[in-house]
Design a protein around this ligand. Structure first.
Ligand SMILES: [Zn+2]
Length: 153
């Protein structure tokens, strides 16, 4: 890794320690050329595997973009979208897995999206849960209605 100050191509590690939660390692480095110090952090890269077999780094922006599409024409602002993206990322990271299939990202979106907007939820669910007919929609809508009735008697 090169020095971020003078671009010298080599640096020396002077200290390494785990973060409190053990999820990362921080290294204190020094540059033998300019003598300045900086800190790097090493974490597990969360990868998403697609159906094609290709893997790519998890992207919260991609989650938000997908949800934004489902929310088109719905009264959903950017703040709730950003919060949803954060919740989805936290729930996926909480699994502790280094790699997850892309459809699990979709499934992790369903819960928070259902709380956010039911119409957008139905649009999204129809894709991720492979609704094949109107019956599937009807069953899901029935479920939404009965859950609502349950929470607000
Ligand atoms: Zn330097």
């Amino acid at each position: 890794m090169h020095c971020p100050f003078c671009r010298h191509p080599d640096t020396r590690v002077i200290d390494s320690r785990s973060t409190e939660d053990g999820a990362a390692i921080r290294r204190r480095r020094t540059c033998p050329e300019c003598g300045r110090r900086f800190t790097t952090q090493e974490t597990v890269l969360l990868m998403v595997s697609k159906r094609s077999g290709v893997t790519e780094p998890f992207s919260r922006d991609k989650v938000i973009a997908g949800v934004r599409r489902a929310c088109q024409g719905r009264p959903v602002g950017e703040d709730p979208l950003a919060q949803l993206g954060q919740r989805v990322e936290e729930s996926i990271r909480a699994t502790g897995a280094a790699e997850i299939p892309s459809n699990e990202v979709g499934l992790a979106i369903l819960g928070p999206l259902r709380e956010l907007d039911e119409v957008a939820y139905l649009r999204f669910a129809s894709v991720y849960r492979s609704f094949e007919s109107l019956d599937d929609f009807e069953a899901e809508i029935k479920q939404l209605k009965s859950d609502k009735g349950g929470s607000r008697p």
